[in-house]
Design a protein. Sequence first.
Length: 202
Amino acid sequence: MIDENNYKAKKFNFHYVRHGETYWNKQKLCQGVKDIELSKQGEQDATILSKHLKDKEIQVIISSPLKRAISTAKIIQKSCTSSDIIICDELKERNFGKLEGLPNSLMYEFEKLEMQSLIRNKNSYDALEIESWDSFSDRILTALEFISKYADKNNTLVVSHGRVFNAICAVTNTDLIKQLTHLNIIKFKYNNFIWNYDIKTI
């Protein structure tokens, strides 16, 4: 549950992008917290994003600690020369345990059953060594509090992951799109207890 009293300001905005494509994305494998590098296409994705973010006058980039996010952030930083990169551990992808490295169709099936509350219990999570939804969503709430400290007074960009985006939508009660691509730019807006966002597809 969100406690808005923990936010630095009553009104703030931030841009959000997913990291560029990795080799495991290309092979349709579940990544989770496995530290996979960007592919050549992923580097191109980040370069394209950087060109579209240049006019946003980004001052602070907050990144997941995983390589694919940091590499994306560094490429974008080249177009936003005044921006600093700050690492937020809470923005790393969800830990999918034993599903990591396997076809991502298995992850989708797990998430489907989880949403139906069929496997949302400690035994199910422990058996597959998957980070529980409650633990993951609590972590994302902490990340939002961290972001608010910078987004209050700075044009802020967050570079993170697909499931992190889904969790932000869940905890802020905003609409969830089917799949965040590597070339979507999201602008989250918070104003006195109300969240919404705009999406741009490049």
